[in-house]
Design a protein around this ligand. Structure first.
Ligand SMILES: Nc1nc2c(c(=O)[nH]1)N[C@H]1C(S)=C(S)[C@@H](COP(=O)(O)O)O[C@H]1N2
Ligand SMILES: [Mo]
Length: 222
């Protein structure tokens, strides 16, 4: 069996998960696109049909949710984020701008903030296919961010907007005891900003079962 990061347990299959389970997945727009915006950038919108012209790759990776479950051996296909950054974002940047963070927003208004260095790791993808099929709405149709070395909450589904930042953007959850870790690296167990990963493990492990049952019920209703 493959080695998993500290505090993770393998689950069967790949559950739909996240903070949005009480909502159905957002509908896929007729002309899906990714918008790039931010203070230091000329706004660009790239249709997913154009995105398909950028370099593409396949990659096997495990997926680790902060709550402690891991889905193993997923086969993602899409554009390496590094290529997207070099070919779409960099040419639109204001001269001399230094980018430090990116936020990734979904059609459901979910948002993750990633340090530039983490976003440019060689296994970070904009994925539109999973296990040989177009990405389904449970897992982020039409396209999602995949950053396998970071917890699930970094991996924005239904991606529609990327904002570039020249400093860390304000974090609305900064003072919450459950604030997320800014790097969220799974091998260092960076689950939360204040609470050590191993302290929250038992609480999360107890919640996985009930949340999965809820998520299965959500899928049946669609
Ligand atoms: N748009 C969007 N992306 C999201 C979420 C969300 O609620 N909305 N939840 C995140 C969390 S917490 C996790 S664990 C993963 C779950 O991905 P999955 O549903 O494909 O298993 O998606 C992440 N990306
Ligand atoms: Mo998660």
């Amino acid at each position: 069996m493959a080695l998993l990061p500290p505090g993770q347990r393998a689950v069967e299959g790949f559950p739909r998960f996240g903070t949005h389970l009480h909502h159905p997945p957002p509908p896929v727009p007729e002309h899906p696109a990714i918008e790039v915006c931010g203070a230091a950038v000329e706004p660009v919108t790239i249709a997913l049909t154009e995105l398909a012209q950028l370099p593409r790759r396949e990659q096997k990776a495990d997926f680790h949710c902060v709550a402690g479950w891991s889905a193993t051996d997923l086969l993602w296909e899409g554009t390496p984020f590094r290529d997207f950054y070099r070919l779409v974002i960099e040419p639109a940047l204001a001269p001399g701008a230094t980018i430090t963070h990116l936020s990734f927003e979904g059609l459901d208004e979910f948002r993750s903030v990633v340090q530039l260095e983490d976003a440019l790791a060689d296994d970070v993808f904009l994925a539109d296919r999973l296990d040989g099929e177009p990405l389904d709405s449970d897992h982020g149709a039409p396209i999602r961010l995949v950053s396998p070395k970071q917890y699930g909450f970094v991996n924005t589904k239904h991606l529609c907007r990327i904002e570039v930042h020249t400093a860390a953007p304000p974090d609305p959850d900064k003072w919450s005891p459950l604030a997320s870790h800014a790097r969220a690296r799974v091998w260092a167990e960076e689950r939360h900003r204040y609470l050590p990963g191993r302290v929250v493990r038992p609480v999360y492990h107890a919640l996985i079962g009930p949340i999965r049952r809820l998520s299965a019920r959500g899928s049946m209703n669609r």
